[in-house]
Ligand binder design. Sequence first.
Ligand code: GTP
Length: 424
Amino acid sequence: MLKTIILIGGPSKGTRFRPLSLDIPKPLFPVAGFPMIHHHIEAASKVPDMKEIIIIGSYQPNDQLSRFLNTMQQDFKILIRYLQEYTALGTGGGMYHFRDQINSGNPNLLFVLNADVCCDFPLQEMIDFQRESSAEFVILGTEVATRQQSLNYGCIAEDKTSHQVKHYVEKPETFVSTTINCGIYLFTPEIFSYIGEAFNKNQESMSFDLDNSTSQMPQEVIRLEQDIFAQQLAGSGKLYVYHTTKFWSQIKSAGAAIYANRHYLNIYRRTHPERLAKSSPEGPIVIDNVFIHPTASVHPSATLGPNVTIGKGVTIGAGVRIRESMVLEGSIVQDHSCILYTIVGWNSMVGQWTRVEGTPNDPNPNKPFAKLDITDLFNTDGRLNPSITVIGSNVQIPSEVIVLNSIVLPHKELNRSYKNQIIL
Ligand code: GTP
């Protein structure tokens, strides 16, 4: 029997996802037409003997989250629970806090998935690898293209024959390995004894500090990466890496969601071809992978694609051209406008004959791994780096203007063209 844990963080995380996370918790942000963690839940629910999916985070439970979880339970016919941490306890601390709930029913394997990754979820492959290698703990790993890229991730040095992890360093200062941690793990429940050890160590150092009358805060936070993988499991012979060559990327920034959208649309070709729109003689013209929500209204003379998602209740006018973009629920794009490499937030309006364009920073869109999400917003001269354009919710963009490579915060009414700006 298996369970899956999805780590969704809380309101204090996901700041790089602004302005889009101002309206919705980041894990519910829609990618390729569905909330980010819908993709995780769908993948986990397909694993045989998966009994329960437990979502752990420090977001306040609200209607939006409850509705989403109810729908997921019904759609995927699996038990799903949200467990709220009283404060952000770290990637291992939340799991430890709820260990009794997780262990109830005695699961023999646990998947742990970071919410902000986008991938093909090779979960069954990880189970097969775990059985064959008799590993206790498995990290999904992928190769980055350059040594420089690896420094932004958890880096894994392994025994190349057995795939045992020999060293693990989170975001190293100097090069360790081009194999990086994808934030997807398969554990036996034995993981809790290691997290427990880190917990006890933290408690001891806390009481030591109290004896010395220092004002240090209680150390309740436990990080799987640093406190468990790096300090306890690397070199123990129990932690293994399973390599995937399929695509993987993180969704840290709003811009990275455009690439995740592209990847998931591409996966639909294989898994859900019915979700992809098709060109028909009556229009609109659809190029490659495009998702159009059934409630959206798209004028037959519009041209969409490749890699476009049109959300619920969106209206797309005559002659509109959209590529490599997402238009979120309730937005309107009026006649003859052009949207390229852009996310148009909820309930926004783009006037006629307007051009909204971002700049892709994707060096090689066809490679399975691409470092897309960690481009800093500003370069060293304090200027905005080229990025996709992000329009917050409820923004009005007038007719006949150009908005290029800019980020617009919610509720703005623009009255002219903008280039390379953050519009506050
Ligand atoms: P950053 O570059 O700082 O974002 O670090 P990272 O890429 O290593 O990611 P991080 O460890 O912050 O988060 C990995 C995943 O765990 C994300 O999906 C987070 O939402 C989630 N996460 C991070 N901290 C917590 C926490 O305290 N509690 C829970 N439940 N989830 C967390």
